[in-house]
Structures are given as C-alpha cells and as structure tokens.
Design a protein around this ligand. Structure first.
Ligand SMILES: Nc1ncnc2c1ncn2[C@@H]1O[C@H](COP(=O)(O)OP(=O)(O)OP(=O)(O)O)[C@@H](O)[C@H]1O
Ligand SMILES: [Mg+2]
Length: 237
C-alpha cells in the first residue's frame, strides 16, 4: 500500500502541499477530491517523482519513494496517468505503448509485445489506430492511450489525474468502466476526480484536499453525509 506522511511541496515561494498525509490501500480505489488549485496534481507529481518534496515521506509497499526520480518510482510499480492525457503527439499509438514499457528489461521484448496485444484487447480502438499519430486521436481515445501506456509498465498502483475531465458523458462512462475492470483485476488505484457521482461508483475511500491540506477523509457513506461536501460536490445540502 501507499502511505504518505506530512508531505510538503512548493514551487518557489508558493507552498502547494502543506503537510499532506493519506493512505491508499492495496486493491482499493482511493479518490482525491478538491477544487481547482487544491494541490491534487502537485500531489500526483510529487508521488511520481516529477517534483521533489521539501518534507515528509512516501512509502510504497514497504519501500521509501521519498525523493526518488521518476523512472525509479515507475520501476517500483507506481505509474501516473497525467492530467490532460499528455500522450506523445508525434509518435504512433504503438510507439506510445512501447514508451510506456521503457523501464522494463530489454530482454522482455516478447512479453512487451504480448502486453501490447493485451492492451489492444482491452482498448480495441487503439488496435485500429495503432499506426496513427497519438496527437490525431480524439480526447477519449487519448485518455484510453494514456491509461494503456501507464499499464505497459505493469504497475502495482495507478495514479489517475482527472481522467474524465473534458470528455463527453458516454466516454466518461467508458473510462469508468475501465477503472472498474482494473479494480476487479486487483490493481490499486488513486483517482483524482471532480465528478463525484462517477467517483462514488468505484471509490472505496475519499479524501478532500483543499489549499494544500486534507480537510476530510472517510468512506463513501461518510462523504455523502458530510454537509460541506454535499453542498460543494453533490448539489444537495
Ligand atoms: N509550475 C508551477 N509554478 C508555480 N505554481 C504552481 C505550479 N504548478 C502549480 N502551481 C500552484 O500550486 C497550486 C496547486 O496546483 P495544482 O495544479 O496542484 O492544483 P490542482 O488541484 O491539480 O488543480 P486543478 O483541479 O485545476 O487541476 C496552485 O496554487 C497553483 O497555482
Ligand atoms: Mg490538477
């Protein structure tokens, strides 16, 4: 499991994470909610080694990831699907998938090829488009590719940063169907999401991040009964 303790991250003088502590259990979907600018992406970047924290610790299945560079974090089994997909636009779909396997052993070539076929089975649209440049895919197709690319590293845990943002409702449902399947397959997931109604379908645990701090932690039931969250996210209260 992933255990984060008192994590602090800043951009120059701006402190984006002001002592964040949270746990994400194995086999579960842990959802992080929070308004724009709360620090959600900063948390994802810090966990995946893209930015280094000023203080605090990150433990992952008994190994410390604190301060490790991104490729090492990925090798430990923690893979990020970044906000706004961020596929490599001038590389083909197949090349993007191969890039996702960059930390794997070169001698695994046959296994990597077999995994690409598995991705094509899970995401049929990527098979049809395998030679097409990723930048020419639709937003939904790019999201599928970003997910598949992260899976190519064979992660233990996936960090998903707002996978549904900017997508049509039908495509959002497809993305969530994939998240459900991955969970059923036993993958652990940290999901940053503003679509609370959809998140409630998959999440086992919720955290609310606000201005760099965790302001709520609880089960879906506890979250649905929290007045502040009800008002801000569920349109009730
Ligand atoms: N590269 C940067 N340089 C300076 N400040 C930054 C940088 N990136 C983010 N910030 C600031 O850090 C804070 C947290 O930003 P972050 O992107 O983590 O928020 P977020 O919760 O992911 O928001 P959103 O929902 O809009 O994606 C914000 O105040 C933001 O302005
Ligand atoms: Mg963000």
């Amino acid at each position: 499991m992933l255990s984060i303790n008192n994590l602090e991250t800043s951009y120059g003088l701006i402190k984006a994470l002001k002592g964040v502590s949270l746990d994400a259990a194995e086999g579960e979907v842990t959802c992080i909610l929070g308004p724009n600018g709360a620090g959600k992406t900063t948390l994802m970047f810090t966990l995946s080694g893209i930015i280094k924290p000023d203080a605090g610790s990150i433990d992952f299945f008994g190994t410390s990831l604190t301060g490790l560079a991104a490729p090492k974090v990925l090798r430990e089994g923690l893979a990020l699907v970044p906000e706004n997909r961020l596929v490599f636009p001038l590389m083909s779909v197949r090349e993007n998938l191969l890039a996702g396997a960059y930390t794997r052993n070169r001698s695994d070539k046959d296994e990597v090829e077999a995994d690409i076929e598995k991705m094509f089975a899970r995401f049929p649209v990527l098979k049809e488009r395998q030679e097409q440049n990723a930048g020419t895919l639709s937003g939904g197709e790019q999201q599928m590719l970003a997910l598949a690319r992260a899976l190519m590293s064979r992660p233990k845990m996936l960090l998903l940063d707002e996978p549904s943002v900017g997508l049509a409702p039908v495509i959002v449902n497809e993305v969530f169907a994939i998240i459900k399947q991955l969970k059923e397959d036993g993958l652990s997931i940290v999901l940053v999401e503003q679509n609370v109604v959809k998140a409630l379908e998959v999440a086992d645990h919720f955290y609310l991040l606000d201005q760099g701090r965790v302001t709520f932690a609880g089960t879906p039931g506890e979250m649905e009964n929290d007045d502040v969250i009800k008002r801000a996210y569920l349109g009730g209260g």
